[in-house]
Design a protein around this ligand. Structure first.
Ligand SMILES: C[S@@+](CC[C@H](N)C(=O)[O-])C[C@H]1O[C@@H](n2cnc3c(N)ncnc32)[C@H](O)[C@@H]1O
Length: 276
C-alpha cells in the first residue's frame, strides 16, 4: 500500500470492523508517523503551491470544480484534512483571501509551516478532526477536500454532517475519495490488479495492524450509494460526480493508481454538493 521504507510497518493486513475510537487513534498516529515519508514521496507531484485533486493529476486549474476564481476570491473557504495544505495554499496564492486548512495530524501541519516558509505563501491551519469541527455554523461558503479525512473516518455521516453544518445556505462542498469500485480490486496498479477479489458490498474497513492486533492504519469503504445517501442525509444536494480519466502521457504510479489500470477503471470519485 505504501511505497517508502519509512512508513509505519504493519504486522498484518485485513478487512474487519473497527471501533470508531480505534480508527481515529490509528489515523492520527499513522499520519504523524508517515508524514515525512508521505511528503518525500508525493510532495513534488502535489507541488508546494498547487491544487491536485487526485493521483490522475487533475488540477483545480484544469477543471474549476470550486467555481470561478474571481468569485472565489471573495469567499470563505475551508480545506478538510489538508495535510501540508498544498491546495489551500494554491487558492491563497491566487488571491482567495479567507482560506483555512485543518488536519488531524500535527506532523502534517508542521510540513505546512515548512512549505509556508519555503514558498512565501502562508496558509492558516488548525489541528482538528473532521467529525467534530471547531467552527461555527455557516462559517464558510466553500468546503473542499482532496483525499483528506473522508476516506479515513469511521462515520462518513458525521463528517458530512459537520461539513454541511459549517457551510452557509447556498454553499458548496466538493471532495475527492478513492472511487468505490476500486475496493473490489487489489491495491496493484499492474495487469495483476484486474481481478475482482472481494465484494464491492463488503463495508469492512481495510486495516493494517501491529503485532498486538492494534490498528495502525485504517481506510473505510463506502459504496457510491452510501456516499449519495450520506450527502442527502446531511441535507445537501448532489450536483455532480466527477470520475477523472487517466490522461495520455501520465505515467506516475501512486499505490494502486497507475496508467495500466487507470485507462480501464476509475480510481477517483469527486463529489460536488450544495447546501440548499
Ligand atoms: C491523503 S492525505 C490528503 C492531504 C492532502 N490533500 C494531500 O493530497 O496530501 C489525507 C489527510 O487526511 C488527514 N486526516 C485523516 N483523518 C482525519 C480526520 N479525522 N480529520 C482531519 N484530517 C484527517 C490525514 O492526517 C492526512 O493529512
Amino acid at each position: 500500500m505504501h511505497e517508502h521504507d519509512d512508513y509505519p510497518v504493519p504486522g498484518r493486513m485485513e478487512r474487519r470492523a473497527v471501533d470508531p475510537r480505534e480508527s481515529v487513534r490509528a489515523g492520527r498516529l499513522w499520519w504523524d508517523g508517515a508524514a515525512d515519508a508521505y511528503q518525500a514521496d508525493h510532495g513534488d507531484f502535489l507541488g508546494d503551491v498547487d491544487f491536485v485533486w487526485c493521483p490522475e493529476g487533475l488540477t483545480e486549474a484544469d477543471i474549476g470544480l470550486l467555481g470561478d476564481l474571481d468569485a472565489l476570491r471573495e469567499r470563505r473557504v475551508l480545506e478538510v484534512g489538508g495535510g501540508a495544505g498544498q491546495c489551500g495554499r494554491w487558492l491563497r496564492a491566487r488571491g482567495v483571501r479567507e482560506v483555512v486548512s485543518f488536519d488531524l495530524s500535527f506532523r502534517q501541519l508542521q510540513h505546512a509551516r515548512r512549505i509556508d516558509e519555503d514558498s512565501g505563501t502562508r496558509l492558516p491551519t488548525v489541528q482538528a478532526d473532521v467529525q467534530r469541527l471547531p467552527f461555527s455554523d455557516a462559517a464558510f461558503d466553500v468546503v473542499f477536500s482532496s483525499f483528506g479525512a473522508f476516506p479515513f473516518v469511521p462515520s462518513a455521516d458525521d463528517a458530512l454532517a459537520e461539513s454541511a453544518r459549517v457551510l452557509r445556505p447556498g454553499g458548496l462542498l466538493v471532495f475527492s475519495v478513492t472511487h468505490p469500485v476500486r475496493w473490489s480490486f487489489p491495491d496493484d496498479p499492474t495487469e495483476h490488479g484486474f481481478t475482482v477479489h472481494q465484494s464491492y458490498f463488503d463495508r469492512r474497513a481495510y486495516v493494517e495492524e501491529d503485532d498486538h492486533g492494534n490498528a495502525i492504519y485504517v481506510e473505510h469503504h463506502r459504496t457510491v450509494g452510501d456516499w449519495v445517501r450520506g450527502i442527502a442525509g446531511a441535507g445537501l444536494v448532489l450536483r455532480d460526480l466527477t470520475e477523472p480519466e487517466w490522461p495520455e502521457g501520465h505515467d506516475r504510479v501512486w499505490g494502486g493508481w497507475g496508467p495500466v489500470r487507470g485507462r480501464m477503471i476509475p480510481g477517483t470519485a469527486i463529489f460536488s454538493a450544495v447546501k440548499p
